[in-house]
Design a protein around this ligand. Structure first.
Ligand code: NAD
Length: 322
């Protein structure tokens, strides 16, 4: 059986696997099997979200593995994310309950605020997940909900036993600072886009200094957004064929994907790569058997061009990263 994945200790004493399986864009028709197969391949953390529209299927895959005695619920680490339409404290529990029902569990291990953006509430019966729908055709409509109000609602759900750890995603430093001003429970995790083209050394340094565990998403840079036909990604050289990454990979007898993941791991950052292919499932979780050198790090640090692929500015000129 596959070797266990090392864990990070979060600031609340709980453990989180340092490698997980990303569930964004998993097709509903295959998601349950993919999750089940990932569990068989040794994955324990599943990074999902209300917005991914596949929590029922993710839950099905997990349930099958539990029913067959391959794992217990306690051995699985389920991450979900509160979507933008549910930031009002009175809607936070409604959204979480939907997630718990879909995943077929009575708690999630980690619940993140997906974006520091509050869209107008859309009832679950009207559209789920609502995506960019705010109840008014194609128009974006917002709600005046300070982040701290949403956070306090999450803290209550931790106390109620429905969430083990809470954290945030796509937050810049200023919003982390503000959260610290009023939070009773510190954010355990910060999940951000992170790859050689977007290294954010100061954000990572700050988060780690104050005890927040950082998780990288889109570790392979443009790849995930090329699949969505995003112009910015299509115009950016793939990291899999990048001379610098290829040379480092060749030197260590590895493939570029392993270098990209190992680079995060050596910065103390958790990763959640997504793949449909069995051989990549193995590759993406067994990259920790080599050491990038100081020179490798220096070479990779030169690739930083602060290039963000997942930017709400593209949605409606929302200025969270400006
Ligand atoms: P990713 O960087 O993991 O890239 C995924 C794509 O890379 C795959 O579809 C596949 O085509 C390719 N790939 C995977 N393994 C490979 C390998 N070993 N060799 C070559 N190609 C390989 O992209 P992602 O899905 O955007 O990010 C991972 C996860 O992060 C998501 O599934 C999701 O769970 C999470 N995420 C979170 C947010 C957020 O706002 N919090 C945003 C994006 C993604």
């Amino acid at each position: 059986s596959p070797s266990p994945i090392p864990a990070f200790k979060l600031n609340n004493g709980l453990e989180m696997p340092s490698i997980g399986f990303g569930c964004w864009k998993l097709d509903k028709s295959t998601a349950a099997d993919q999750v089940y197969n990932a569990i068989k391949a040794g994955y324990r953390l599943f990074d999902g979200a209300e917005d991914y529209g596949n929590e029922q299927e993710v839950g099905e895959g997990v349930k099958r593995a539990i029913d067959e005695g391959i794992v217990t619920r306690e051995e699985i680490f389920l991450t979900s994310k509160l979507w933008n339409n549910y930031h009002d404290p009175k809607n936070v529990e409604t959204a979480l309950n939907k997630t718990l029902k879909d995943l077929k569990v009575d708690y999630v291990d980690l619940f993140l605020i997906h974006f520091p953006i509050a869209f107008k509430f859309v009832p679950i019966e009207e559209k789920y997940p609502p995506g960019f729908y705010c109840g008014d055709g194609d128009n974006f409509v917002y709600e005046d909900v300070p982040i701290l109000e949403t956070w306090k609602a999450l803290e209550k759900l931790v106390k109620a036993g429905k969430i083990r750890s809470i954290g945030v995603s796509n937050f810049p430093g200023a919003l982390l600072l503000d959260l610290f001003r009023g939070a009773t429970i510190k954010p355990a995790v910060l999940q951000v886009e992170h790859h050689p083209y977007l290294q954010q050394p100061k954000l990572i340094e700050y988060a780690q200094k104050v005890g927040i565990t950082v998780t990288a998403y889109s570790s392979f840079g443009p790849q995930s957004f090329v699949e969505m036909n995003q112009g910015r990604a299509l115009n950016t050289p793939t990291l899999f064929e990048h001379d610098v990454i290829k040379a480092i990979a060749a030197k260590h007898n590895k493939v570029p994907a392993e270098v990209l993941l190992r680079w995060s791991a050596q910065r103390g950052i958790a990763v959640i790569p997504k793949s449909n292919l069995p051989e990549r499932l193995v590759q993406n979780r067994s990259f920790n058997d080599f050491e990038l050198t100081k020179e490798d790090f220096e070479e990779i640090s030169k690739l930083d061009i602060n290039l963000r692929f997942n930017d709400p500015w593209d949605w409606d000129n929302i200025p969270i990263f400006v």
